[in-house]
Design a protein around this ligand. Sequence first.
Ligand SMILES: CCCCCCCCCCCCCC(=O)SCCNC(=O)CCNC(=O)[C@H](O)C(C)(C)COP(=O)(O)OP(=O)(O)OC[C@H]1O[C@@H](n2cnc3c(N)ncnc32)[C@H](O)[C@@H]1OP(=O)(O)O
Length: 219
Amino acid sequence: MTVDTQPAPRFPDPRDFGFTVLDEAEIPAELTALVGQVRSLVDAVAHTEAGPEALERARAAAAEATAALGGERRAIGAMVRHTRPDGGAEYGTVTNIVAGPTNPAAPPLRLERDGDGLRGEVVLGGVYQGPPGLVHGGWIAALLDQALGSAANAAGVPCLTAKLDVDYRDPTPLNVPLHITARVTGAERRKVFVSAEIRHNGEVTAEGTAIMVRIPLPG
Ligand SMILES: CCCCCCCCCCCCCC(=O)SCCNC(=O)CCNC(=O)[C@H](O)C(C)(C)COP(=O)(O)OP(=O)(O)OC[C@H]1O[C@@H](n2cnc3c(N)ncnc32)[C@H](O)[C@@H]1OP(=O)(O)O
């Protein structure tokens, strides 16, 4: 493979391109706690066998909670900045469906730098179910895509997935720690090649490779 484009050392500041950016430290602890509570609620709703009275009480309480938020909404495309110990910054959309810190529909996934790549751990409960007791294949692809995209972005290259290949090696179980790793394996002009794996108990359950294409930014 010809490597004639090295990833830029610094990810561009999204504010220069009109995006709203908040620092992750600016996310109120109360919002983080609410996100966790709503995740528990979604899991409880998905699995409940409660009777009509309890269901109606829960619906009314949920309606009250929705009204309490007052309809104040963050802008679509708002980004969150994570500042690494070395002072570098990484960005993601704050409501990202796979790893957005304010999105209760996202699992509590945090990808951290590890050597020349990223690693993270997540437990997916029953709301991520596809086959009985197993993680839905679409969600496995989503986890891998996020890890692959984050690895390319962590290398300083703002890019989008052009091509994603997923190998489902073994069933991925629910309710157990899943270990995710991803790293950049090469670059060629605007293309960045990345690979990622999901492991349970040290065994690979799924692996993904992707071609990410660097977004042409104005200037
Ligand atoms: C400051 C900004 C902040 C941004 C933050 C981002 C956060 C991201 C978070 C991550 C979240 C998780 C991730 C997500 O969810 S990313 C969301 C899912 N992905 C998308 O929506 C992408 C949609 N597609 C596109 O926008 C365009 O097609 C892209 C941008 C990908 C390329 O369109 P463009 O017209 O500009 O490119 P080009 O045609 O000049 O080609 C350029 C090179 O690429 C090669 N190629 C192209 N397609 C393919 C393909 N399918 N297979 C193999 N190779 C392909 C092509 O051969 C050429 O190579 P070469 O001739 O040089 O050898």
